[in-house]
Design a protein around this ligand. Sequence first.
Ligand code: HEM
Length: 491
Amino acid sequence: MKQRRSIAAALAVTWSIISTASAESDSDVNRLIRGSDKKLSSLASFAEEDIDVFKESPLDDEHDSRRLQSSSCVGNDMMCGCSDVRQSDYRGHFSVTRSGFTCMEWSMADSFPNQGLEDGAFCRNPNGVGQKAWCFVEDGNGVMWDYCDVPNCQVESSGDITPGCFNTARYNDIYADIEEIKNSIDNDFDRSHFLGGIVRLVAHDFMDFDASNKRKPMGPDGCLLFDSSMNVGLGSIWCDSCPLKQLYDSKYSDLSRADFWVAAGNAVIFLTSINNSLDLRNTFYWGRTTLDSCPGSDSRLPTTAGCQDVEGVFLERMGLTWKDAVALLGAHTLGRGQKQFSGHHGTWVPNDKDAQVFDKKYYEELFRRAWTPRGVGTEDQDWATGSSQDKMMLNTDMCLIFDIDNDKSCCSRTSMFKPNGQNRCEINEDRECMMYSADNSRIEATKAVKRYLGGSGPNSNNVPFYNAFTIAWFKATTNGMETLRPLQDTC
Ligand code: HEM
């Protein structure tokens, strides 16, 4: 009887500790995860369930006895439980309970052989009789028992992996896995291509959407014609020996490829944004169906010819605004063009290091440098700046602020000079490219570029770009999909 009263006393102490812990962890949850109410109620029910367990001693005869689980933790001195959710295989040296009591020797529980009780006064859960590791303690009024806060060891996937369930844990895992691959690439050129390539893959998937084609709208369906000249280069991102596809095949193939691509793109954007400040998880929705065949999708993709392509794809077929189109093209801050793929060579930003940072630099480069046409008369005609010719803009980038669709014999900034007095335009230094007049509908694109610059002078304000990109990316990655589901802790 005395022992029972003591257990009730322990219960009171523990309940207040559980309540405090719940409140603390919930504020973290609120910051990280949407749907915090759900989390709060699950924490509450966990606490209640614990209380029920506390009503009886773990050593009562009617206990739900469990066989010792896998012995993979033998020799584990770490402060964590191992393969068994009830921590019955824990053999580490944690010896203080969560109410702060020190564990007693297990002399009163000698009916549990091979449970590590003989090792010393440590937290154990012999035969899984409690919810988790526990031990007997003495509080001055008698002997009672209390749970220990032995954390569980990290298992490979932190998430519930119900097949087909795209929950928060798996989404987080994708971020971690993409980061790991990124960190394993040892040079800037390949790393920027890996990162940029993933975002381009997602874009090529969503840019074939046609709202007016009810029978075959396409859009983000995980389907691309990799053999098409429009998609050259993406075969080095998604192929049997490519790390991204290997990751999908080995760990995420129960999810739709279309969802996986969008989540991988979100991971890249998060990892490369300034201070990881652009996290698109709150606008991530899943449940896309993957198509295995999408004939004709490549003919809907934009060529680099000029703004008629931008208008056709983004405004007319995808139903976006100029603000959206300009924000999406800001993704060209990542990665590069390669001659052997598209025929276009160079980064949009100063170098391969900058091409791994998702910020507003694309607009700064577009607006402030002296760009002159390169390869005039060829189908790979684009724009370059400086003598190295290592930086580039496409016609579809330049046309956002310069009226170059019909006249390309110009330089975007004719009054910029090198320290030696030479004009920064390599050619056409006497013909500045025309900008749009106020009555031209494309002036909306120019206004958007200026807005995403973040201010009139040099500044580090990425907020206008990030906000606009969030909206545009959300629209593009969910276009035409009406049954998508938000990210939640459980499915
Ligand atoms: C008018 C529309 C667009 C055109 C004409 C266009 C064209 C191109 C071209 C020619 C390349 C070089 C490919 C290579 O040589 O490997 C490229 C790369 C890239 N594009 Fe676009 N693009 C467009 C829209 C977009 C959009 C909407 C996004 C993302 C939201 C995007 C993201 C990228 C990225 C990140 C790269 C670098 C890829 C890498 O490093 O491998 N593009 N684009």
